[in-house]
Design a protein around this ligand. Structure first.
Ligand SMILES: Nc1ncnc2c1ncn2[C@@H]1O[C@H](COP(=O)(O)OP(=O)(O)OP(=O)(O)O)[C@@H](O)[C@H]1O
Length: 267
């Protein structure tokens, strides 16, 4: 009889739950070695926060995960990053296709100078994900609903995205990012340009998104990391110093550098 032991079952679950397996990741900008030997497993259906002082490499590492560093001429990336076991830096991988699977939301809301509808329809159109107009309408509505924006905009889909408030624009950017049904959503300080009410709405949304996606968020706010994430990675001077459950990082950090940062002594 093919009966698994508890240990075998838990190994299987662990393996299945890992979305990104990163080993020995390095990034150089010209001569500057900005990220050194980073190894981390990013889990599926989990919010992972990257924290650390300014310039420690959080955004650099985030950009490795969907090859956005490819767009920076001086940047050189080394090491291994596997998405569901596949090397995302394999020459056969098309970065545009990769970015449909690993979506990104930036610090400043950056809607295209197009209508609200076209902002969300853009990705599904270029990736051929919605063959008919009715399919496209459905994807746009579903994405705007998931981004908690539908009720605000359903009667003004033809208006330009930039006519929305800052918080609404950021939700529009989230709708645009999830319209291609990504598996991973990368967020680089998504609330830094928002007021506390819009921030709370985005944080609520992040919590809802994790039932479907792996979400990775760079944040300067330790309170935000504690509120929204289940796993936290602390970076310092280009190193990943500590990676653990958010509770452990904030209540019993193992490395003195982590403790100094969370108690406000460095940063
Ligand atoms: N395009 C670039 N060209 C050259 N150096 C860069 C570039 N982007 C980042 N760096 C350098 O790499 C290091 C890490 O930067 P990065 O932006 O990843 O840090 P960060 O932790 O996200 O910082 P912050 O919290 O201030 O956004 C820094 O020393 C930065 O100056």
């Amino acid at each position: 009889m093919n009966q698994m032991t508890q240990a075998e079952r838990s190994v299987q679950t662990e393996t299945r739950d890992v979305k990104f397996e990163c080993r020995d990741v390095q990034v150089w900008y010209g001569e500057k070695h900005a990220l050194k030997d980073v190894g981390v497993d990013i889990l599926d259906k989990t919010v992972t926060a990257f924290i650390g002082p300014s310039g420690c490499g959080k955004s650099t590492f985030l950009r490795c995960l969907n090859r956005m560093n490819d767009t920076i001429a001086a940047a050189r990336v080394g090491g291994q990053m596997l998405l569901d076991g596949e090397d995302i830096y394999d020459p056969r991988v098309d970065p545009v296709q990769l970015r449909a699977r690993v979506g990104m939301v930036f610090q400043k809301p950056n809607p295209f100078p197009k209508s609200i509808y076209d902002n969300v329809a853009y990705g599904p159109r270029i990736h051929g994900l919605a063959p008919t107009r009715a399919d496209l309408d459905a994807v746009v509505e579903k994405s705007l609903r998931r981004a908690a924006l539908w009720d605000d905009v359903k009667d003004r889909l033809g208006e330009t995205g930039t006519s929305l408030s800052g918080g609404q624009q950021q939700r529009l950017c989230i709708a645009r990012a999830i319209a291609t049904s990504p598996e991973v959503l990368l967020m680089d300080e998504p609330c830094s340009a928002l007021d506390p009410i819009a921030t709370a709405q985005i944080e609520e949304l992040i919590d809802e998104l994790r039932d479907r996606y792996s979400v990775v968020i760079v944040t300067h706010s330790m309170q935000q990391a504690a509120r929204v994430s289940q796993k936290t990675a602390f970076f310092h001077l280009g190193h990943l110093v500590e990676y653990a459950s958010t509770d452990d990082i904030f209540t019993s950090p193992k490395d003195p550098r982590t403790e100094s940062y969370i108690t406000g002594r460095i940063g």
